[in-house]
Ligand binder design. Structure first.
Ligand code: ZN
Ligand code: ZN
Length: 295
């Protein structure tokens, strides 16, 4: 089925699908502007199939007229026609659920992408308030990942605690199977070593150390997938000693949910709760962009 709707009507079905309509209205307005930008940038992706945008997360989630809500409708109306612009073109206003406390550079997550000047990783907290400044040394970063400090998206009122900080223990055999499917044969799994992180702390290079071969995986997106669909690429990993030479399991603990590039949706809610308006929220997550009305 294809819905033929104008952009503003489309957004009424996008905003409450991508962000709970109960979020503060300034966060909903930021979502409306970001969503409008995505509509313009992504329109045409499905041209060959006979439509502009699909209704799933590939483009952005569109729940149709039945999901419309008065609060999100207001956010769409009050930002009518507004998009973010970078050097006269509509900015690719990517957003994700929960950055875990620091957003990421687009090229650290998607290897091979051109760095977008407005998609730079930035702290999702007040540096003076927390006394923290990225990049963090290894020990400090691991503490940051383990114990959730008071970052904007550490907001149990707006997110499940398990999306803010999470952890898992995977038996070696299970992780071996997952990795093998993604990267091919490497023998027995001796270690998963983080070789490099972006300044934001996002893992961008991992070595899968096998008994027969060492395999590198690069870029947050591929690393998340290779390790079995991690909640984010903002994590640390440690082998658990087994009885013999081989590790018995691997512990992975991490922060946030999603790709961490662009606006942090829960962080936007946290900032709106502190009294920030949507323009200030957008300026924080998309540095250097301007809000412009297209119509
Ligand atoms: Zn799509
Ligand atoms: Zn965040």
């Amino acid at each position: 089925m294809i819905n033929t709707v104008d952009v503003e009507t489309y957004l009424r079905g996008v905003v409450p699908s991508e962000m709970p309509a109960g979020y503060p209205v300034e966060a909903l307005k930021a979502q409306a502007v970001a969503g409008r930008g995505q509509a313009f940038v992504k329109a045409g992706r499905h041209r060959r199939e006979g439509f502009d945008l699909c209704a799933g997360p590939h483009c952005q989630v569109y729940g149709g007229a039945t999901i419309e809500d008065e609060r999100s409708d207001t956010a769409v109306e009050e930002t009518r026609g507004e998009v973010l612009v970078w050097e006269n073109r509509v900015a690719d206003t990517l957003y994700s659920s929960n950055c875990g406390g620091h957003t990421a550079n687009n090229e650290d997550y998607w290897v091979g992408q051109r760095p977008e000047p407005y998609l730079r990783g930035a702290p999702d907290f007040d540096e003076a308030e927390l006394g923290l400044s990225f990049p963090l040394a290894r020990g400090a970063l691991e503490r940051f990942l383990k114990y959730a400090p008071a970052v904007n998206c550490n907001h149990p009122g707006h997110a499940r605690a398990s999306t803010i900080r999470w952890w898992s223990v995977t038996p070696r055999g299970e992780l071996e199977e997952t990795l093998r499917r993604e990267v091919g044969e490497f023998g027995e799994l001796l270690d998963v070593r983080i070789m490099d992180r972006g300044e934001s702390g996002i893992v961008r290079d991992v070595a899968v150390v096998g008994s027969r071969k060492l395999v590198r995986v690069r870029g947050g997106a591929d690393i998340r997938r290779a390790l079995g669909g991690l909640n984010s690429a903002f994590f640390a990993v440690e082998p658990v000693k087994g009885e013999g030479e081989l590790p018995a399991a691997f512990v992975i603990w991490g922060a946030g949910w999603g790709h961490q590039v662009g606006m942090c949706q829960v962080g936007a809610a946290g900032l709106a709760g502190k009294g920030w308006g949507y323009r200030r929220i957008l300026a924080k997550y998309y540095q250097g962009c301007e809000v412009k009305r297209r119509y």
